[in-house]
Design a protein. Structure first.
Length: 148
């Protein structure tokens, strides 16, 4: 009887270990980093439907990973959830010192508030790369923008 109870505890322990080791499905956690928005021009406000030529400057560091993705986009916030549509991205390598990057692109502006969403946003993030499943950005910055 004692052997049967001991086997049950061993099986339970191994099952718990397997669940804790694999919880959440596939997840990517490749390192750490920081990103900050240095500047965005033009600053706005923007006009719904107009095309704007943007220059965005970001500064980042990234350690403990071979690659990461700088992701820049516009979108909207609906409650506590943000939806961002990419305007520029780049795969970057590791650096322990801050590196500044400049991106230029055109974007037709959308007023998501007119579509019933809570807020128009601009977002920069430093994301794990490559991604095989769910991930959490290493760092990011989100600004509320005005689109009339």
């Amino acid at each position: 009887m004692k052997l049967r109870g001991m086997i049950k505890w061993i099986i339970l322990g191994l099952s718990l270990f397997a669940v804790l080791s694999c919880s959440g499905g596939s997840s990517t956690d490749l390192g750490s980093g920081t990103i900050r928005l240095v500047s965005i021009t033009p600053e706005g406000p923007y006009t719904d439907g107009d095309s704007e030529d943007f220059t965005v400057v970001v500064a980042y560091t990234m350690v403990d990973a071979d690659e990461a993705e700088i992701y820049i986009g516009f979108g909207y916030r609906d409650g506590t959830t943000s939806y961002v549509y990419g305007s520029a991205s780049e795969i970057v390598g590791p650096t322990s010192t801050e590196v500044t990057k400049t991106y230029t692109f055109s974007k037709v502006m959308n007023n998501y508030i007119a579509d019933g969403y809570d807020e128009n946003i601009f977002d920069v993030s430093l994301d794990p790369y490559p991604v095989e499943g769910t991930f959490t950005p290493y760092d990011g910055e989100t600004l509320s923008i005005t689109v009339n």
